[in-house]
Design a protein around this ligand. Sequence first.
Ligand SMILES: Cc1cc2nc3c(=O)[nH]c(=O)nc-3n(C[C@H](O)[C@H](O)[C@H](O)COP(=O)(O)OP(=O)(O)OC[C@H]3O[C@@H](n4cnc5c(N)ncnc54)[C@H](O)[C@@H]3O)c2cc1C
Length: 503
Amino acid sequence: MGNSKTGEHSAASATNLTEHFDVLIVGAGISGIGGAYHLQDQCPDKSFAVLEAQDSFGGTWRTHKYPGIRSDSDLYTFGYRFKPWTSAPIATAAEITKYMGEVIEENELASHIRYGHAISSASWSTEEKMWLLSVTVSDSNEQLNFSCNFLWMCQGYYRHSEGYTPSWPGVQDFQGDIIHPQTWPENFDYSGKKVVVIGSGATAATLIPAMAEKCSHITMLQRSPTYFATGRNAIEVADMLRELEIPEEWVHEIVRKKILLEQEKIAQMSREHPELVKAELFKGIKQFLPDDYDIDQHFTPSYRPWHQRIAFVPDGDLFKRIADGTASVVTDEIQTFQSNGILLKSGDVLEADVIITATGFNLNVLGDIDFDIDSEPLNFSESITYRGAMFTGIPNMAWVFGYFRASWTLRADLIGDFVCRLLNHMEETGSSVAVPRLREEDKSMKLLPWVDPEDFNPGYLQRSVHLLPQQGDTDPWRHAQDYWTEKDLLPIADLDDGALSFR
Ligand SMILES: Cc1cc2nc3c(=O)[nH]c(=O)nc-3n(C[C@H](O)[C@H](O)[C@H](O)COP(=O)(O)OP(=O)(O)OC[C@H]3O[C@@H](n4cnc5c(N)ncnc54)[C@H](O)[C@@H]3O)c2cc1C
């Protein structure tokens, strides 16, 4: 692999020049910016660019603009391992993008990022041992060609242009506004309005306390309850270490270790003693709610804790709004929308001026990019993952799919190290292609879905898991989704065990 060059690429459309990089990173969200940092740090000789469809960095934290938008995991672990987080653990989107902006500035990454560059297709040429990308520039609609030796997919997991809204009967009859939080209208005025939020996940739990004060009333309409954890938006040990003037790098490392140890214990407790974990979660909620509040009906899910991400409600803000009557929870099902609101299956009517559909995402597979390998369209679901990062039959490509239950970025950092180690290994061994291939002994292994639906089953995955690659039941073909295993395994993964084939 050499330095960046501009030249004519034989597979490119006749007129357009192709700009070449050793590595192209897709997406300037938390994963892509992290990838750029690791690449620059660990593979300083590689030329690279980050291609981002939107007009700035941030990904998730730029797309979502609904009231109150904040993280539901702590920023000590959602932040990168290499840049200390110095504020309260639960952060707003603005704070997260500011942090990412600092990473870009401190590491002089800006010149590597091309905004408004949406990739529409990616073709692998076995002959040329490289990827060729077609890119549309949003300002000018110009079509550009890029090529690279290695493609680092940091496009996240859901479609940014549009969220998921189920189809309900009677929607056309409703006279008010229907809004999906992913496409929140700028300056939307909801003062004095009756608002119904459909959904009970982290988004609903964030929106409701943020909007409650201005609305005449806000209702969370849920088909089934979700677990919530609550506590102060502060970490005592971090505050204490700061008082002792301990350097921020140390504070970051110590607090990360503490949080990760606690999370490991909770995960283990959830598996072994789910009733105890449930009791602890309820204790947290009950302190904010009136004694006669029906916790069983509204806050007791049928699944065991940790089956889906447990949303954190800082300082109990959602429950405080329920207690003071500005917000309420209705657990029921939608029969139909009607002109003044929603008719429920119980026969009750929820009147509304505004209905917010906090109903989730549309999974997007590989950034909605048309992939082909030597002109054969790629069927991603036919491949098997290598360590949840690469895929059989797909050369020189890695995808960062973070953790669901622990912070996403913990995995983005681990995969960052892995990709850089792989690139350096290829350099050292003079290989230009690395592709996962099942060895003889792997061919009889049991194949499983990308994620085990028994273990983790949010709606967007249930709807679309058939579009994602499969995993095997043994390493290195498993997609473990377990930070505590991967943190030890990934850094020492044997690149020469035959599962990766090099040329
Ligand atoms: C509201 C919300 C809150 C969340 N809170 C948390 C949390 O607290 N903790 C946690 O761990 N996780 C959380 N998540 C999950 C979250 O999405 C990830 O943690 C993380 O932000 C994903 O980062 P990413 O960079 O991988 O992907 P994204 O943030 O999705 O960014 C991907 C980028 O790739 C770009 N892109 C995609 N396709 C193309 C293409 N074809 N061409 C060019 N560019 C492209 C997109 O425009 C986007 O900017 C949350 C998700 C949402 C939606």
